[in-house]
Design a protein around this ligand. Structure first.
Ligand code: CA
Length: 224
């Protein structure tokens, strides 16, 4: 299991990382909210330990964005008492648990273990837009009764767009979510993949699902 620690106080992040690694967890550490958000979007974590007061983006913002994007994993927030307005506020943010500093490492570890034992909230496996049906379980895509064969990247791109249907998604956002860190932002990767998706999904149908929004990006929707 891989855990992300977002904490600017080195002493704390090192203490936690050491203990977690000793318990056979893989650990990544981000020192600010910006990097934390980037790692949370890029990698597949089992849990995030998120400090409240962080440079660049605070824990509240990071948590909000992660939840808005539909990432559903346990988040445990680190706060000092004065930062904590109230418990309800904390839980409203989509935090699963919180720990106030200073904390006892043993207690913290048992909280983490309790969160990891929780049954995973099941992500919806079938997503749709109009007559297009995507089954994330078996990677099958169908439009009306026609089965559509996609490459792995095309599939990931389509899932990302359909999850964000009716919203304009920029090429940069697509690159960030669907490609890895080393993708060349100046290449025509996104454009080419969108073109291929269109050919496979839209070309034979009168109602188009993938739309280009001039100079802003792409949008999947039933109507333009
Ligand atoms: Ca801090």
């Amino acid at each position: 299991m891989r855990i992300l620690i977002v904490e600017d106080e080195k002493e704390i992040s090192e203490l936690l990382a050491r203990r977690l690694r000793a318990n056979k967890y893989e650990v990544d550490v981000a020192e600010d909210g910006e990097k934390g958000l980037f790692l949370a979007r890029t990698n597949d974590y089992s849990l995030i330990i998120l400090d409240y007061n962080l440079p660049k983006r605070d824990g509240r913002q990071v948590c909000k964005i992660i939840r808005q994007e539909g990432v559903d994993l346990p988040i445990i927030m680190l706060t000092v008492k004065s930062e904590l307005e109230n418990k309800v506020d904390m839980l409203d943010l989509g935090v699963d648990d919180y720990v106030t500093k200073p904390f006892f490492l043993d207690e913290f570890m048992s909280r983490i273990k309790a969160l990891l034992r929780r049954p995973k909230r099941v992500e919806r496996e079938i997503i749709t837009v109009g007559d297009l049906v995507i089954n994330k379980n078996n990677f099958k895509v169908k439009r009306k009764d026609k089965e559509i064969y996609l490459t792995r990247k095309e599939f990931m791109l389509l899932v990302y767009l359909v999850k964000n249907k009716n919203r304009v998604i920029s090429s940069e956002a697509i690159l960030e979510h669907v490609w890895d860190i080393n993708a060349d932002p100046f290449s025509h990767t996104v454009k080419t993949h969108i073109m291929n998706l269109r050919r496979k999904i839209d070309s034979e149908f009168k109602a188009k699902l993938i739309h280009t929004v001039t100079s802003r990006g792409y949008m999947v929707s039933v109507e333009k």
